[in-house]
Design a protein around this ligand. Structure first.
Ligand SMILES: Nc1nc2c(ncn2[C@@H]2O[C@H](COP(=O)(O)OP(=O)(O)OP(=O)(O)O)[C@@H](O)[C@H]2O)c(=O)[nH]1
Ligand SMILES: [Mg+2]
Length: 441
């Protein structure tokens, strides 16, 4: 952990002014104490990333504020990291945006899956660096340095072997989760996922929507159900996925909260978290949560990042949720909604914190989910029919249930697959009644 490690944050932009607010938040989330800042607006320098003079300025600043680490909000090449470090006091850590995010993920990974994903991302980060080292060392023919190339080459092989081992294990976890999703659908649940930029308020909304009731029905089907979804004002509070039952009215909704998105993540990092994001990509409906209290340009940028992340794989319909509406007035809201209408058409405006408009969000969820089928059935009145009726109550929405003589008239709505199941069970019951035999359930 970096608790209290003093750090300088730095950023280079090609033109304009560099904004350090996000990297500062990320640094704090990782436990650093941010004690200095440095920015530069110029083209990237191949050797130092910044201009060489700027790196010297950084060295002075770091000595002045007594910092032990510099956190650079850019992607640094392996040689750039090395060259910057060489100009700074001995023992100074040079950290770039991705290593910082990996550090946060590493600190928060508390499940086997999250740990594997972090390990995979770290190895993928290290691989090109090990390759670079191996090729450098092979070229180094100085006496006394012989054999170094071989060492680095075996490190490279080692990394590749570990990557395939972890990928295999993650694939098997992903298969199990896919099976669980299918089982849940077959039991009549609709799968809704919360997605959005980190700190948008996903976990807070999850707490709002989640039923206080335990799911209770089937422990095997829901081993990942949690009673809490942590929320906090820092980036990447949630890393793993949490699923809870939500009460939206008639539908049986399982709501999943997961890791937030962030901009400028390299492909290999997003890939490493693929199986976590599967709960979003494979949902029946995605709620894309946006912090509406931020400046509209920032909201737009974050929406683009979210859409980019979702774009490749997501199959489900998306409902944009403008959250934190308690922080702004009607006028501001309308302006922002208009300005973002192309990216976020017809959004739902809520406050996860105060609960304002959450009922409207529930209605919208019910409306956007794939429609249920309606069915009317006549059942004989016996124990088997009664247990079928109670099964329908658990897996769908019963509109009416009328008892007349030795018959039950049932009118209900449910997912097409559930309706199909009930229909065939009902046919069997009627058949058994006519035959005078009753099947065991
Ligand atoms: N004022 C206000 N604050 C909110 C609202 N929703 C969430 N917050 C605050 O915003 C911060 C982030 O909320 P979280 O629910 O942790 O956000 P998240 O999207 O789960 O964040 P990550 O897990 O990091 O991706 C917390 O301090 C919340 O209390 C809201 O509707 N209004
Ligand atoms: Mg969260």
């Amino acid at each position: 952990m970096n608790h209290g490690t003093r750090a300088v944050v730095a950023k280079r932009v090609d033109e304009g002014t560099a904004d350090l607010s996000e990297i500062t938040d990320l640094a704090r989330a990782a436990g650093y104490d941010v004690v200095g800042e440095l920015t530069q607006s110029r083209d990237e320098d191949a050797a130092f990333h910044f201009g060489e003079g700027k790196v010297e300025e950084l060295a002075t600043l770091m000595a002045d504020v007594d910092a032990a680490a510099v956190i650079v909000d850019n992607r640094l090449g392996p040689y750039q990291t090395f060259n910057i470090g060489a100009k700074l006091p001995d023992g100074t850590e040079v950290i770039d945006r991705f290593t910082l995010i990996l550090e946060i993920f590493g600190q928060r990974a508390n499940t086997r899956k999250a740990q594997l994903q972090v390990e995979l991302a770290e190895l993928r980060y290290e691989l090109p660096r090990a390759e670079a080292k191996a090729s450098l060392a092979t070229r180094d023919e100085r006496p006394g340095f012989m054999g170094l190339g071989e060492y680095d080459q075996s490190r490279e092989q080692d990394i590749k072997a570990q990557i395939s081992r972890i990928k295999r294990e993650l694939d098997s976890i992903a298969d199990k989760e896919e099976t669980r999703r299918e089982e849940r659908r077959e039991s009549g649940f609709d799968l809704v996922a919360l997605a959005g930029y980190t700190n948008a308020g996903k976990s807070t909304l999850m707490q709002r929507l989640a039923e206080d009731l335990e799911v209770g029905q089937n422990e095997d089907l829901h081993p990942d159900l949690e009673t809490t979804a942590e929320s906090e004002d820092r980036l990447f509070t949630t890393l793993g996925t949490t699923t809870r039952r939500a009460d939206t009215g008639t539908r049986n909704v399982l709501l999943t909260d997961t890791v937030g998105f962030i901009s400028d993540l390299p492909h290999w990092l997003v890939e490493s978290f693929k199986s976590t994001l599967d709960s979003v990509y494979r949902a029946d409906l995605v709620l894309l949560v946006v912090d509406a209290s931020e400046p509209v340009d920032e909201m737009r940028e974050k929406l683009v990042t979210c859409h980019d992340t979702l774009y490749e794989r997501n199959e489900a319909p998306i409902v944009t949720v403008l959250n934190k509406c308690d922080k702004l007035d009607e006028g501001e809201l309308e302006e922002k909604t208009d300005a973002l209408s192309a990216l976020a058409p017809n959004p739902v405006v809520v406050s996860g914190l105060t609960g304002e408009n959450v009922a409207e969000l529930c209605d919208r969820i019910e409306h956007e989910l794939p429609p249920w089928e309606r069915e009317r059935l006549l059942l004989p009145m016996n124990d088997d029919a009664m247990s079928l009726v109670s099964w329908v109550h658990d897996h769908g929405h019963v509109e009416s249930e009328e008892y007349e003589g030795d018959q039950v008239f049932l009118e209900f709505e449910a997912q097409p697959a559930i309706v199909e199941k009930v229909r065939s069970k009902a046919a069997n019951l009627r058949q058994a009644e006519t035959d005078g035999v009753v099947d065991s359930p």
